[in-house]
Design a protein around this ligand. Structure first.
Ligand code: G
Ligand code: G
Ligand code: MN
Ligand code: NA
Length: 250
């Protein structure tokens, strides 16, 4: 309850910060993207993880202004990197189900991109399987409209929830993010190797890019490289970093 109240104030008192975790091309280890991950610098509790406050923000509806704050700040950051001459990367951001279900979401996103003069092609929106369970035709339409703006759509934590392969053709995602639970023992489990191999082949066939999450070991990377996984995200390369530290990697 207390945290809920604090959250309301936090938006106005500049207590949020975006961290960035690099995504690298698996064959070259070149940074080609980053995932923006929100952090809350609470005045007395210190850093509160999104796992703790995102559910609260959803309950209270605060996720809507918070989501807009994230998109605005990602746009500002993209322009700053451009001005500093860094190579262009695609920045991913997480949209929660509640955010996605908002009326007027597409207009809001378009307005923010326009305001900051950022091309839709510069960003990717990550959504999770839980959203698809709510399945409405409205969602399909929204995703299409976002894609028309040039924005890429990724399915996050793939393979964990109530996945159905049929939605891969229905929703036409640009990217599949393999959940880290599959990656964790890829180097020791032939079963998980088979699953990942299958998902990568399927994705290639359906023209989707595959990103493996939670890569922590060279051994895991070696398997993913051999399987032609496109991109890698994980502690092996870097944990999520504050902007200043992330820029040093760029
Ligand atoms: O960064 P960390 O591992 O603590 O993230 C925990 C969870 O919070 C992840 O599932 C991540 O997707 C989610 N998360 C991080 N940043 C955001 C955000 O800006 N918006 C939403 N909706 N979820 C986020
Ligand atoms: O659910 P989502 O994929 O959005 O969550 C992203 C979060 O996953 C990041 O905030 C980060 O804290 C966490 N993460 C990223 N790489 C790794 C990793 O290699 N190992 C573990 N355990 N967590 C990771
Ligand atoms: Mn994510
Ligand atoms: Na994930």
């Amino acid at each position: 309850f207390e945290l809920q109240n604090d959250l309301r104030k936090a938006i106005h008192s500049d207590e949020f910060e975006l961290y960035y975790q690099p995504k690298v091309r698996s064959h070259t280890r070149q940074i080609v993207g980053a995932e923006a991950l929100i952090r809350w610098n609470h005045p007395t509790r210190g850093i509160v993880s999104p796992g703790e406050f995102i559910p609260l923000a959803e309950e209270s509806g605060l996720i809507v202004p918070l989501g807009e704050w994230v998109l605005e700040n990602v746009c500002k950051q993209i322009r700053k990197w451009e001005a500093k001459g860094y190579p262009a990367i695609v920045v991913s951001l997480n949209f929660s189900a509640l955010q996605m279900l908002q009326k007027g979401l597409v207009d809001t996103v378009e307005a923010i991109l326009d305001e900051h003069n950022v091309a839709g092609e510069s960003i990717e929106i990550e959504i999770t399987e839980s959203l698809i369970l709510n399945d409405d035709s409205d969602l399909l339409k929204k995703l299409e409209q976002l894609r028309e703006l040039g924005i890429r759509i990724a399915i996050d934590d793939f393979g964990t929830g109530y996945s159905s392969l049929s939605y891969l053709t229905k929703y036409k995602f640009n990217t599949i993010k393999l959940d880290r639970s599959f990656i964790h023992d890829i180097h020791t489990s032939p079963d998980n190797q088979a699953i990942i191999k299958f998902i990568i082949q399927l994705s290639n066939q359906l023209k989707m890019k595959v990103v493996a999450e939670g890569v922590e070991l060279e051994e895991q990377l070696a398997h993913l490289v051999e399987m032609n996984c496109d991109e890698i995200q994980g502690f092996l390369f870097s944990k999520p970093l504050p902007v200043g530290q992330f820029e040093r990697l760029l």
